[in-house]
Design a protein around this ligand. Structure first.
Ligand code: SAM
Length: 371
């Protein structure tokens, strides 16, 4: 018997249906949660599949051919994503990041990008439209992405040393191909590209300096991400987290740095500039310096569940709401209602999350809700 290409998920775990209030109000561009945090960013996962098996994200032992990836019919269509994005923009979202899984694996993604690129905020501004990728398809797709209206790109790369990178992506993918992808993106006209490096203590921390050296003076902002306890399958342990403060200290010894202001309130990365003018780097310290108090991000999973926190255990089933014939105004009111009840601040209270609690409530995987 031929194995199905897309394994069928027998039973998709669905979160609760979002509440539509009885009295509907006009959508307006400022939606605050219980901690007075506005809804500004929307991350949209366009696929739960990836061609890498990064050991800290989609370890092979779990994400193998038996893994119940979503069936095609469960994915939001481009029209549905566009509809929801339009509603979110009327509610204050100014930035949309496409992610996954590996977003460039989603067929014809540039069509979705060109649809989203036409959206305007209530102040008639274009969106900040960006995408996070492992870079493997950039050589092929950069020009298409640029022409479709994608504004910015973030590429993930965890080491310059081929053996270390291959061990981390676990599919033998070479560094040189990611670097070629980044060059192709620059040639296609993408400026201000960011490169994300997840730092795992004892695994790739000795790559911090080589990475910094390589990306200095190239117009690329390298950002170091603390290894996070997202999902329930990466065997996270605090001992494997290298605090960002140590990253900064390590780089400063060779290339002095000075901290600079964020580009905007709620920016996840803390910015540092090289004193010699070689550009800037960033650190994302979700573990050692939680930034929940400024978090303005909602996450839409590949199958239309809305998550209010990267570390959530459950989302709100907007796909079913949308497919039940509700109007845009009803959906907008459901989003406002859901966001205004949001109180999550997982990273700030991480220490209270005992192993026992985690065993009972599995956090969703990053590949499903998007990084
Ligand atoms: N496939 C795309 C990529 O590789 O960039 C997008 C999805 S990936 C889940 C998004 C980002 O999340 C990547 O930069 C990845 O390194 C980061 N990431 C995944 N798991 C992580 C973890 N446990 N801790 C910190 N960052 C993580």
């Amino acid at each position: 018997m031929v194995k199905p290409v897309i394994p069928i998920r027998k039973e998709t775990p669905r979160g609760p249906l979002p509440l539509v209030p009885n009295t509907l109000s006009e959508a307006h561009g400022r939606t605050l949660d219980r901690r007075q945090r506005p809804l500004r960013d929307l991350r949209i996962s366009v696929t739960d599949r990836c061609n890498f098996r990064c050991t800290y994200c989609m370890p092979k032992e779990v994400f193998n051919q038996d893994y119940p990836y979503l069936a095609q019919s469960e994915l939001l269509s481009f029209e549905e994503i566009h509809r929801l994005a339009t509603i979110f923009v009327t509610l204050g979202v100014e930035k949309i990041r496409l992610t996954g899984g590996e977003p460039l694996l989603r067929k014809d993604l540039e069509t979705l990008i060109s649809m989203l690129a036409k959206l305007r905020t209530p102040q008639d501004q274009a969106l900040d439209l960006t995408l996070t990728t492992n870079g493997s398809l950039l050589t092929k797709k950069s020009v298409l992405l640029k022409e479709a209206g994608l504004q910015r790109l973030t590429v993930s790369l965890d080491a310059l040393d081929d053996a270390i990178f291959k061990a981390m992506n676990d599919v033998d993918y070479p560094v040189s191909d990611v670097l070629k992808g980044i060059e192709a993106a620059q040639k296609a006209g993408f400026e201000g590209i960011k490169v994300n490096m997840v730092v795992k203590k004892g695994v790739n921390d000795h790559e911090i300096l080589p990475m910094a050296k390589y990306f200095r003076n190239r117009g690329i902002t390298l950002r170091f991400i603390e290894f996070m306890d997202v999902g329930s399958s990466n065997g996270w342990n605090l001992d494997q987290v290298l605090p960002s403060a140590e990253v900064i200290a390590k780089i400063s010894e060779h290339f002095p740095l000075v901290q600079i202001d964020p580009n905007y309130t709620g920016e996840v990365a803390q910015r540092w500039r090289y004193l010699d003018g070689a550009g800037e780097i960033g650190v994302i310290s979700s573990v050692t310096q939680a930034f929940c108090h400024e978090c303005s991000r909602a996450r839409l999973s590949t199958d239309g569940q809305l998550f209010l926190c990267l570390f959530a255990t459950e989302g709100f089933d907007f796909k079913t709401l949308m497919r039940s014939g509700r109007s845009d105004l009803e959906i907008a009111n459901a989003v406002m209602q859901t966001w205004s009840n949001r109180g999550d601040r997982y990273s700030e209270i991480r220490h209270l999350h005992t192993k026992d609690l985690e065993r009972k409530q599995r956090k969703v995987e990053m590949s499903y809700i998007g990084g």
